[in-house]
Design a protein around this ligand. Structure first.
Ligand code: UDP
Length: 239
């Protein structure tokens, strides 16, 4: 691919985005920087960028094979992904299979409680406000998405959940919850964007309940690099 990488146009918490010689494509550089609790906690997880890109690529290929469209085009090397340029929908879409994180806190429900059916939640992507929970109705009312888009986001998130839950269970990992971001092409097509990795998912080992995700960083559990490497090993054993 004779793509030239040009200037950076966005510095995110975990990734830096670059323009390229093709205006329809961007390059995402996956960093080792880690943040939590709306940047109140920050640090580095050695090798995280490499793990997150490899896992995201494997999962996006799996999802594409099942008919879920993603922004993935290719990789340039182990830290750089070429992806379609999209307009990011300003909603984070969270799917939960078991109670954890902010859901446990918000409703005072014990972590690990199994939910009778998956729950989909929307959060407004706005750091200044701390990414508050938002209803589909409010998101529509303030012009963040159309009614059709909120329905599509909900449906796609549930479809991704079913595919990933089954994939990870075969690796002896329970998918507890995860966050998705979506982007729109100029014609309005919704694509899965950003990443799916131990940064954006909760993974518990079946049987032991061992956490193999960013909660090891959030909760200072230690063994962070090993947990990320273990998730990569399992994903690569299946793809
Ligand atoms: N999540 C994420 N980015 C965010 C917020 C949440 O990737 O800005 C992921 C998180 O890793 C977890 C799921 O979304 O897998 C649900 O997170 P929750 O709302 O419980 O918030 P958290 O405990 O991560 O603050």
């Amino acid at each position: 691919m004779s793509l030239q990488v040009l200037d950076s146009f966005y510095e995110g918490k975990a990734k830096t985005l670059f323009n390229t010689s093709d205006p329809t494509l961007i390059v995402q550089y996956f960093k080792d920087d880690a943040t939590a609790f709306n940047r109140q906690k920050f640090g580095q997880i050695a090798g995280k960028g490499v793990v997150n890109l490899a896992i995201t690529k494997a999962l996006y290929k799996l999802l594409e094979s099942k008919g879920v469209k993603t922004h993935l085009v290719d990789t340039l090397d182990e830290r750089r992904m070429v992806s379609r340029r999209v307009e990011i929908v300003p909603l984070e879409v969270v799917v939960r299979n078991r109670v954890a994180g902010t859901f446990a806190k918000r409703y005072a429900v014990p972590e690990g409680t199994v939910l009778p059916a998956p729950i989909v939640e929307f959060f407004l992507k706005k750091d200044e406000l701390g990414d508050p929970l938002i209803t589909a109705e409010a998101a529509i009312a303030i012009g963040l998405a159309t009614p059709q888009e909120t329905q599509d986001l909900d449906r796609l998130a549930r479809q991704v959940n079913e595919i990933l839950k089954a994939f990870f269970l075969a690796l002896n990992i329970e998918l507890i919850d995860f966050k998705l971001e979506f982007g729109k092409l100029p014609d309005g097509t919704l694509l899965l964007a950003d990443e799916i990795s131990p940064d954006s998912c909760r993974f518990w080992e079946v049987g032991t309940g061992k956490k193999l995700d960013k909660d090891r960083f959030r909760q200072d559990l230690g063994g962070i690099e090993d947990a990320y490497a273990e998730m990569l090993r399992r994903v690569q054993s299946a793809t």
